[in-house]
Design a protein around this ligand. Structure first.
Ligand code: HMG
Ligand code: MG
Length: 302
């Protein structure tokens, strides 16, 4: 197998994970959790989201959380920013990176951000330009790359169209989202073949949800295509509230187990990660789905 020596893991649990939790987690608990994550060796944490608080009430405390976490210079602290109102709030904090997002399929884009795809471009263009002016780096997400909960199959041309527009705006990295966890490794290879004809691998990240248990297989397919950046969520927490049935992201702990076992370094310490996952599991008060945590529970209590 042709594999990289190291990969970068982008922890999205505090955003993509928590946004799907109905019971409000105290602001101080979120801060404590991010502080614990900062001690694990992660170099990137997506801390929160400046979307409308009515759409995602769980993250209504975005400004407070970002203002109060203990920051490490080695870590990029990022947040979702959907529009200029969101950016205004984000700029009250010293967020390092703003992440803009939209979908490759019309229906999901409309359900998620209340706009057509064409109507989203000027909104995000303004956010990207203003963020860059404030010396923030900007990441772009394209959702529903491998399938849409409302439309099913999503043509590759739709993915390329959105991706090209986001890069033209000035994003430095694009994350390709399997929002509802329908992708398989062959499809990952086919999509990446097309995407890599246009954009270099170091500007791409993969964002797999593990709804049908294919996320790790999809990571392996991506690694073989030269991808070295992956989004994941500790314990497998999460999902997209505007994509019915979307369960948690690929679990960071399972991803690290596989990669480190294959000799691919991540720089993350599994023991510290375990403590951080147990912390948030106690706060959400239900078992997290990661396999690593299930093994830990079985070996601890049997
Ligand atoms: P809208 O209702 O169309 O907004 O929502 P609007 O521009 O028409 O404004 C209406 C009112 O909301 C105005 O207030 C605005 O000021 C206010 P009024 O003048 O009526 O008093 N407003 C805001 N307030 C606070 N913060 C803001 C904001 N924006 C407007 N940012 C909007 C449009 C995009 C805001 C809304 O649709 C929204 O918040 N959507 C977010 C949904 C979401 O967070 N989904 C999950 C994240 S995406 C995801 O999970 C996928 C990903 O993980 C990748 C993958 O898995 O594929 C990234
Ligand atoms: Mg997601």
């Amino acid at each position: 197998m042709n594999l990289p020596n190291s990969v970068t893991i982008k922890e999205v649990g505090p955003r993509d994970g928590l946004q799907n939790e109905k019971v409000f987690i105290d602001t101080q608990d979120k801060i404590d959790w991010v502080n614990q994550l900062s001690e694990t060796g992660l170099s990137y944490i997506e801390v929160t989201s400046f979307v409308h608080p009515k759409w995602i009430p769980q993250l209504k405390d975005a400004v407070h959380v970002l203002k109060q976490i203990k920051r490490k210079k080695t870590i990029t602290y990022a947040a979702l920013v959907p529009n200029m109102k969101g950016l205004e709030r984000a700029l009250e904090t010293d967020v390092d990176e703003c992440s803009v997002f939209m979908s490759a399929s019309e229906s999901h884009n409309m359900k998620n951000i209340n706009k057509t795809i064409d109507g989203t471009f000027p909104v995000l263009n303004e956010v990207v330009a203003a963020s860059l002016k404030e010396n923030k780096t900007v990441r772009g997400y394209v959702s529903t790359v491998f399938g849409c909960p409302y439309e099913g199959n999503v043509p590759i041309d739709a993915v390329l169209h959105v991706s090209e527009n986001l890069f033209e705006m000035g994003i430095s990295e694009l994350s390709l989202g399997d929002t509802i966890g329908v992708a398989n490794p062959r499809q990952v290879e086919q999509v990446l073949e097309e995407v890599l004809k246009r954009f270099p691998s170091d500007k791409l990240a993969m964002h797999f949800h593990n709804t049908r248990g294919t996320a790790l297989a999809n990571v392996l397919a991506s690694l073989q295509m030269g991808i070295t950046k992956f989004d994941s969520s500790l314990g497998g927490l999460g999902g997209c509230p505007y994509a019915p049935g979307a369960s948690g992201n690929l679990a960071t702990d399972d991803l690290i187990y596989m990669l480190e076992g294959m000799g691919i370094t991540t720089g993350i310490q599994a023991d510290k990660l375990l403590k951080a996952s147990q912390f948030i599991e106690a706060k959400i008060n239900k078992p997290l789905p990661s396999h690593s945590l299930q093994v830990h529970r079985a070996t601890c209590y049997s």
